[in-house]
Write a protein that binds this ligand. Structure first.
Ligand code: NDP
Length: 480
């Protein structure tokens, strides 16, 4: 069993109180590690270490030095890809194949991308008849990064890379459920020569360690990814000390399938959007809207496809669906499946617990579910379930499809499946979301704006948006 520590000023340290929390492998329900159950004092030490780093050499690091550090981190993650993928799979219950092909490679890409982005960054220059203005771009200072359990290293690196590339010092608070790769990343930053205090990790509960980070007066920015309700608390707390805040929150995303779509492409896309990472991706298309003329044929094909997915041991190379992140989360997902039945839905497949070998019998598994016959306005169809559950709804025409898609308090993403180009543009423009994919899903260019509308969040991440978030501009006006 691993004993993980906080990483503060380049050193591994326990919580000041000595308290620890267990980390459970959700596929086997066995304890695989302990983490410090950190409190305000530990956060204060980490913020102090980060401030010291900014006072020291890191505060004067050149763009090239910061970019080189990010490249070195990327190289080291890449060299340890298999080991990190295994940690991610044990910690989250996700298939090792997913961790190896998506999570860890994306962490490598994030560090390489922001190393390049900061090398090419430009700032403003505004000429007047008798004066010149130029813009200095400066890091915020100490920033807090708070991340969820579904894509632990992928999302932490998505924030840490631009934060470091732009010269900030970081205090990260990973989800208490999935701390392993954040701990490994802290080791890596120190191993490749990151100055002490540049990248600190404080483990522990959100309501204690996370809240202390958000309210710490020295912290100048909080980049948060997590649930909408937590985001509301984080936003309110951060406002008390006027911190810059980025909130990437929940989603209830629609997959819109028109009857002119390429059927096989749309079906494969809907399955991928619905069930990637066992439905635990904020961008998952958990509401499938299908043109009425196509609905029954599509549902039959969807059910057949979902029943063919291989569920089981995350460590097996051919597993497509692993465990949910915890037994508590499985209970939440199961409550929504039961609610779907109460609300009049028919479970066309799945929704129950699979029969698995003894070593997985206590794991947090649930069979992927397809539910039909629900009103698109009901709770099951509009609230975020964050599990392997899709609801399917027929629509009459384009306007009806857009009305259903927009009928939630979320506005993160959508995918539109059609061969009519004009319709693709019209519908994309009418959807009240931050991101639309047409005839694809989760195709990512790291330069594009990433974020949601309504209760899916505030702000955008990605490329220039992330660089802008982690910096503040200062104008200098020179009289000629
Ligand atoms: P939570 O909101 O429960 O937790 C997110 C993080 O916040 C965790 O590190 C948590 O710590 C911490 N936290 C909890 N309470 C506080 C607090 N009061 N102050 C500061 N930090 C706190 O989300 P989940 O981990 O359950 O992740 C799932 C959610 O994340 C889903 O809603 C999903 O849609 C969303 N998400 C959004 C994405 C986006 O880009 N829009 C991407 C991925 C996920 P701890 O776990 O230790 O309690």
């Amino acid at each position: 069993m691993d004993v993980l520590h906080n990483h503060i000023a380049g050193l591994d340290v326990p919580a000041a109180s000595g308290a620890t929390m267990d980390v459970v492998n959700p596929a086997t329900n066995s304890v695989i590690a302990t983490i410090p159950d950190s409190g305000e004092g530990d956060v204060h030490s980490a913020v102090g270490a980060a401030s010291d780093a900014l006072q020291g050499s890191w505060g004067h690091a050149t763009v090239a030095e910061r970019a080189d550090l990010c490249d070195a981190i990327a190289d080291c993650i890449e060299a340890r890809l298999d080991e990190l993928a295994e940690l991610e799979s044990l910690d989250t219950g996700k298939p090792i194949r997913t961790a190896r092909s998506i999570d860890i490679p994306r962490a490598v890409a994030n560090f390489r991308f922001f190393a390049g982005a900061v090398r090419h960054q430009q700032t403003g220059f505004h000429e007047m008849a008798d004066a010149l203005n130029y813009t200095l771009r400066r890091p915020l200072g100490v920033v807090g990064l708070i991340t969820p359990w579904n894509l632990p290293l992928y999302l932490l690196s998505w924030k840490a890379a631009p934060a470091l590339a732009t010269g900030n010092a970081v205090v990260a608070k990973p989800s208490e459920l999935t701390p392993m790769t954040a701990a490994a990343l802290a080791q890596i930053v120190t191993e490749v020569g990151g100055p002490p205090g540049v990248f600190n990790v404080v483990h522990g509960a959100g309501a204690a360690a996370g809240a202390a980070l958000v309210s710490h007066p020295t912290v100048r920015g909080i980049s948060f990814t997590g649930g909408t309700q937590t985001g509301r608390i984080v936003g309110a707390a951060a406002a008390q000390s006027f911190k810059k805040v980025s909130l990437e929150l929940g989603g209830k995303n629609a997959t819109l399938v028109f009857d002119d779509a390429d059927f096989d492409l749309a079906l494969a896309g809907a399955v991928r959007a619905g069930f990637t990472n066992t439905g635990q991706v904020c961008l998952c298309g958990s509401r499938i809207l299908v043109e009425a003329s196509l609905h029954d044929r599509f549902v039959d094909a969807l059910v057949a496809r979902v029943e063919g997915m291989r569920l089981g041991d995350p460590q097996r190379e051919d597993t497509e669906l692993g465990a949910l992140v915890s037994r508590a989360h499985r209970e939440k997902v199961e409550r929504y499946i039961a609610l779907g039945v109460e609300e009049g839905g028919q479970i066309r497949t799945g929704g129950d617990r699979p029969k698995l070998p003894d070593d997985l019998a206590q794991g947090a598994f649930v069979r992927p579910a397809v539910i039909t016959g629900l009103a698109p306005t009901c709770r099951t169809a509009t609230e975020e379930i964050f599990g392997p559950v899709v609801t399917v709804h027929p629509f009459e025409d384009e306007a009806h499809a857009v009305q259903i898609a927009n009928g939630t308090r979320y506005g993160l993403s959508a995918s539109v499946w059609t061969t009519d180009l004009a319709r693709a543009h019209r519908v994309s423009a009418a959807l009240d979301v931050g991101m639309v994919w047409v005839n694809t899903w989760l195709k990512r260019d790291l330069r594009v704006p990433f974020g949601g509308t309504k209760e899916s969040g505030v702000g955008r991440e990605g490329g220039a948006y992330s660089l802008a978030f982690f910096t503040q501009d200062k104008n200098v006006c020179v009289q000629l």
